[in-house]
Design a protein around this ligand. Structure first.
Ligand SMILES: Nc1ncnc2c1ncn2[C@@H]1O[C@H](COP(=O)(O)OP(=O)(O)OP(=O)(O)O)[C@@H](O)[C@H]1O
Ligand SMILES: Nc1ccn([C@H]2C[C@H](O)[C@@H](COP(=O)(O)O)O2)c(=O)n1
Length: 235
């Protein structure tokens, strides 16, 4: 008798900046043969489009009117995730300090969130249909985008640890002193969790993992175990 393939598993990983969402999500997806979606990259991409097309990113109305214009496409291979805007590779430009400083304002506009959320849901639905499932990481996945996700994880870490990690990434590029990095992180977290439309928040049914004292490998193993437990229960 043929055994049915395990049902696709949908994993939501949320948390503030620098908690390890992207690193953990990519590794977990790769280990378990799942797709991967970086939703922050999508908001960074539309922000980059706004900047390069002269839209005033301090004007929510201007942002709302232009929100439907860029074509944003995400590649979901955890080994080589991609993001294009109107067919152009945007993986580099979306990581600049300028985009980072404006993405919270752009991502707070309801019309932007509605369009990007629809895109995220269609990508997750396709992965559920055509693949073993997907790990989707961001700020509002477990609360708003995929409220029925099979597993929701909310990563946290102290602001000090997150700032140190971010500075470790920036060294040599746009590295700033630790205090300035921490201030920028805390400011962005406040904007992301304080906005009216689908703010950064932990879903009531999310598993919280404080990564402050954990290595990245330990966080990855923790989430892999959580996903495998979920898959076993569902078989
Ligand atoms: N538990 C950890 N211990 C040490 N370093 C970590 C840990 N988790 C992540 N890092 C490192 O911290 C940096 C930021 O990680 P990552 O980009 O995955 O965080 P993030 O939550 O996705 O941040 P953002 O939301 O800003 O994209 C990376 O250099 C990563 O290797
Ligand atoms: N689901 C999401 C993901 C991201 N954002 C916004 C808020 C973040 O500051 C910004 C960049 O995300 P990052 O690349 O740091 O993960 O994008 C959001 O509003 N919702």
């Amino acid at each position: 008798m043929e055994t049915a393939a395990p049902a696709a598993v949908i994993v939501a990983i949320d948390g503030p900046s620098g908690t390890g969402k992207s690193s953990t999500s990519k590794a977990v997806a790769a280990k378990l043969g799942l797709r991967y979606l970086d939703t922050g990259a999508q908001y960074r991409a539309i922000t980059w489009w706004m900047i390069t097309n002269g839209i005033d990113t301090d004007d929510p109305q201007a942002i709302a009117l232009a929100a439907g214009k860029p074509a944003i496409v995400s590649g979901t291979d955890p080994g080589a995730p991609t993001i294009t805007v109107d067919g152009l590779d945007a993986s580099g430009p979306i990581r600049t300090q300028e985009v980072t400083s404006k993405v919270s304002a752009v991502s707070a506009v309801p019309e932007v969130r509605a369009l990007i959320t629809d895109l995220q849901r269609s990508i997750a639905a396709e992965a559920a249909q055509d693949a073993e499932g997907i790990v989707v990481e961001g700020r509002d996945i477990g609360t708003t985008v995929l409220p029925d996700a099979d597993l929701k994880v909310f990563l946290t870490a102290s602001a000090e640890a997150r700032a140190a990690r971010r500075n470790g990434e920036l060294r040599g590029k746009e590295a700033t002193d630790l205090a300035a990095t921490k201030e920028a992180l805390v400011k962005r977290d406040a904007a992301d969790s304080g906005r009216k439309t689908s703010p950064l928040a932990k879903a009531a049914d999310a598993v919280e993992v404080d990564t402050t004292e954990l290595t990245l490998e330990q966080v990855i193993e923790c989430v892999v175990t959580l996903v495998e437990e979920k898959r076993t229960v569902r078989r």
